[in-house]
Design a protein around this ligand. Structure first.
Ligand code: NAD
Length: 456
């Protein structure tokens, strides 16, 4: 394995050398070359197949609506029904997609419809598991928003339903389908940052909407929304509009910063590295500013130990989220290796390499000697220290690619990039972060068996 790694690293360095030479010689750098300081990431156009797929949306709030809009850009996809507990969202759906769309407050009515092939689940987190399982058992393919489940004990039922029904099940962390994540995976495998030893991710926010203080609609009441159904699978409480519209702040319905945001970073990290997840999870944080009755912290730090696996060495992960961050609006995922680092987004990857990396590489030194440049006294020509691979203009983005991946799997009976097992392995460490924070202890997790490891 070591030899294979060295070989791929040499391959990467060789390509890097070619690109560097082109830059040094003043050659026009065009996007067709593989490893250049600025390289366009391209996506082949999706070719439609004539099978039409009828979809229904369950949970027509912000993200569900956005998911449906993106899904409808995929050729041959038609929206036939929409479900939500709040009437205004159903009216909005008819206004957006036409009066002939079937609307209902009851997701079971959607599942009973013969004309629905697949559902998008964009409800609050606490309904993901039940609706996903019911939908697959009713014969529907499912695209479920992240996090796949609301608590760690809910995952196995979704995996079981997917296995038993054979339905396509996709979780909605769209980044894993993006050109940026794919490029990062390829670069890591080619040895671009050497041996991975550390990764970190961060979300910084400051404004009230980003910190989950959403506006409360004037018409919100038990007449206009189905509160009883909303709380029917969790603790029964009297109507509280904040718990309905600002659900992320409450543990009965949401999954805090970790379930909302860390889960995207886990998904991308696991996709890029091929990892199944960490075996130790510890979180700390606190409620520093948004004292609006929320039950979850507004600053959260998580540290995670990833054990050595067939596809990667042991490494550590550090994740942070801050909703009182004066710098505002930042998010990143960085992978750090022995020879460089990569900043990974859905649309680009910035690769940074240690300036002196080439000097100790036997392959590079041999090439240098052969080219007659082995004179120690002479200055060397160095490859670029930083390269950005960016998606070409007009790229439709990870969300579109993710939907294409989902519908292609349905049409061609293929695997999706983020199935129930992948989704659970991304959600579990995020959800265990919450458990660690609330229980004030570290938690051991078996990423292969997907179980909490009992402490001896
Ligand atoms: N992938 C992403 O980038 C991304 C971004 C934002 C949100 N999300 C996820 O999407 C989901 C929705 O988030 P949002 O921001 O759109 O919230 P939202 O409050 O805007 O929408 C949630 C909707 O679900 C409805 N709902 C709740 N329970 C229901 C039930 N049993 N049956 C039918 N409808 C029900 C509510 O009435 C509401 O309209 C969450 O799981 C969230 O984590 C994903």
């Amino acid at each position: 394995m070591e030899e294979k790694k060295n070989a791929s690293r040499r391959g990467f360095i060789k390509k890097l050398g070619t690109a560097a030479a082109a830059v040094a010689a003043g050659t026009a750098v065009i996007a067709a070359e593989k490893h250049e300081p600025f390289l366009c990431l391209k996506r082949q156009p999706f070719v439609s197949i004539n099978d039409n797929i009828n979809i229904a949306l369950i949970g027509a709030g912000g993200m569900g609506t956005q998911d449906a809009i993106v899904a409808l850009q995929v050729p041959g996809v038609k929206l036939v029904a929409v479900c939500d507990l709040y009437d205004t969202r159903l009216k909005d759906a008819k206004a957006r997609w036409g009066a002939d769309i079937f609307t209902t407050r009851s997701y079971k009515e959607i599942l009973a419809r013969k004309d629905v092939d697949a559902v998008i689940i964009g409800t609050t987190d606490h309904w993901h598991q039940q609706i996903s399982v019911d939908a697959m058992r009713a014969g529907k393919h499912v695209y479920c928003e992240k996090p796949m489940v609301h608590s760690v004990d809910e995952g196995p039922a979704v995996i079981k339903a997917q296995k038993e029904t054979g339905k396509v099940f996709m979780v909605g962390s769209q980044g894993v389908s993006s050109l940026g994540n794919e490029k990062a995976k390829e670069l890591l495998a080619s040895g671009a940052i050497g041996q991975l030893n550390y990764a970190e991710g961060f979300w910084a926010r400051r404004n009230p909407i980003e910190a989950w203080q959403y506006p409360l609609p004037a018409d919100a009441s038990t007449q206009t929304l189905d509160w009883d159904t909303y709380v029917s699978n969790t603790k029964k409480r009297p109507f509280d509009e904040k718990r309905f519209f600002r659900w992320r702040n409450y543990t009965d319905y949401g999954t805090g910063m970790a379930g909302d945001l860390f889960v995207h970073l886990f998904s991308s990290l696991h996709f890029v590295t091929g990892s199944h997840g960490p075996n130790k999870i510890y979180a700390s944080g606190g409620l520093r500013y948004w004292n609006d009755g929320r039950e979850v912290p507004d600053v959260l730090l998580g540290t995670f130990d990833y054990p050595k696996a067939d596809v990667h060495p042991a490494f550590n992960l550090s994740l942070r989220c801050n909703f009182v961050d004066g710098t505002s609006g930042t998010t990143y995922l960085r992978l750090v290796g022995s020879e460089g680092s990569m900043d990974v987004t859905w649309d680009d990857v910035t690769l940074k390499r240690n300036k002196s990396f080439a000097s100790d590489d036997p392959f590079y030194l041999e090439q240098l000697r052969k080219s007659g440049n082995g004179n120690a006294g002479r200055k060397m020509i160095l490859p670029p220290e930083q390269m950005t691979y960016a998606a070409e203009k007009g790229y439709k983005g990870g969300p579109y690619d993710h939907m294409v991946n989902f519908f292609t799997a349905i049409r061609e009976n293929k695997k999706v990039v983020e199935d129930a097992i992948f989704g659970y392995r991304a959600a579990a460490p995020a959800l265990l972060c919450n458990d660690s924070y609330h229980q004030d202890r570290s938690i051991l997790w078996d990423p292969e068996k997907m179980q909490i490891t009992k402490k001896q």
